[in-house]
Design a protein around this ligand. Structure first.
Ligand code: C5P
Length: 400
């Protein structure tokens, strides 16, 4: 994954700066080309000579210098980067970036880059827990910056607590995920369905289910983060979407079908996370149905099985279904993979605590067309979504 990638390693002035030499060496072993940018304070802890020797590249410190790779150094570095890692990242750099301060080569370069930026935090535990630092971290996360949290342990300042720079392999694994995120779905179209459908009985009432759309919206977001051009067809939900996602709002299964069929031919990956109603009222009254003495029966008719139709139309698309069940989950799910001609299905037992409708987490098993399965542990819906999309990407490459 690191092969041929340009990594800019920003080093700021904390005692953990000495560990950056090890990071450079590990990045190089994984095949990356590493360019170090140091703050003035970082040089108090480790010399540019050490980093230049290990990275086998010039080390960048000053904004204004004669020895440049390009005319405007910070823009050159910013553009060259596939990924920025700031390790160690002090409270100071976090504060500056959050406030938009660009007063040295490292801050200007971070500000100018479009590459993902990963901060590996290291500082005194009390600094780390300071609400100002925490707020800066939260703000930056919301703005799309990434973080590796510090580890617990004995700190150089003599304190014990959360503040040590994370293990280098943890930093590199996180960085690798971001590199995967950079482009694998660039130029690809991903279609996701989410939420329930609402099948009207009359202008006032409808038949629906408990789906909140959380899982489907998370999948759409992850596909967007991985570079895809994302269309999300959703039934009524309270979820908000990122601005890059094309959102088509529908009410009924029939409307969902029309929207999905229209998009399908152009798509590379289709994930049908929506809880589509299998039946709709056969007749929708124009006026509110008035109560009468005695019982009322509602005649229902079958909705089209959208996924089944897509399975028949499928050419090269990776087609992913969802199976929410209350019993014999894996058996039913495996049957659906075959019946609907899916590449895989995401099966979840909605009776399990931590899985299913509405909650923040999910526990799912992926069942593939060749019968292989992959059980994922309980994870946030966002993490589950990432796994789901990454498996789809693997299958997409396999088909080419
Ligand atoms: O057969 P079942 O409804 O359990 O299958 C669930 C999967 O099929 C989900 O991916 C759901 O989005 C999709 N589905 C559909 N059209 C329907 C019913 C379900 O696309 N009418």
């Amino acid at each position: 994954m690191y092969e041929g990638k340009n990594i800019i390693l920003g080093i700021t002035g904390g005692i953990a700066a000495y560990k950056s030499a090890d990071l450079v060496s590990r990045l190089k072993k994984r095949g990356a080309d590493v360019f170090c940018v140091m703050t003035d304070a970082a040089q108090e802890f480790i010399t540019p000579l050490t980093l230049r020797t290990i990275s086998n590249n010039p080390v960048f410190i000053k904004m204004f210098t004669e020895k440049c790779l390009t005319n405007v150094e910070h823009i050159g570095l910013a553009d060259r980067a596939d990924l920025f890692i700031i390790a160690p990242a002090t409270a100071n750099i976090i504060g500056k970036i959050n406030c938009g301060i660009a007063d040295d080569l490292l801050t200007t370069t971070i500000m100018a880059t479009k590459a993902p930026v990963l901060f590996a935090l290291a500082m005194n535990v009390n600094m780390y827990l300071n609400p100002i630092v925490q707020e800066n971290i939260e703000n930056l996360k919301r703005k799309g910056y990434y973080f590796v949290e510090p580890e617990e342990g004995i700190l150089a300042c003599g304190y014990e607590g959360k503040g040590r720079l994370a293990n280098p392999e943890v930093i590199l694994d996180r960085a690798e995920e971001l590199l995967i995120k950079v482009k694998p779905l660039n130029g690809r179209k991903v279609l996701v369905t989410a939420g329930p459908t609402c099948e009207p009985l009359d202008p006032v009432r409808y038949i629906t289910n408990h789906s909140t759309g959380k899982m489907g919206f998370a999948i759409a977001r992850q596909a967007l983060l991985l570079g895809a051009d994302v269309t999300l067809v959703s039934g009524p939900t309270n979820q908000g979407t990122s601005k890059g996602i094309k959102l088509i709002r529908i009410q009924t299964a029939l409307q969902m079908r029309d929207a999905v069929i229209e998009e399908f031919a152009e798509c590379d990956i289709v994930v049908k996370a929506a809880a589509v109603a299998d039946y709709r009222p056969k007749y929708t009254a124009n006026d509110k149905i008035k109560k009468q003495p005695g019982d009322l029966s509602i005649e229902l008719e079958r909705n089209p099985d959208i996924l089944f139709e897509l399975g028949k139309k499928k050419v090269n698309q990776v087609l992913v279904g969802f199976a929410a069940e209350t019993k014999d989950v894996l058996k039913y799910a495996a049957e659906k993979v075959k019946a609907k001609n899916l590449d895989y299905i995401v099966a979840n037992d909605i009776t399990q605590p931590g899985a299913g409708f509405g909650g923040e987490t999910n526990i799912v098993t992926l069942i593939f067309a060749d019968g292989k399965t992959k059980a994922l542990p309980q994870m946030s819906k966002e993490e589950t979504a990432r796994e789901i999309i990454i498996e789809a990407i693997k299958l997409l490459h396999f088909k080419e």
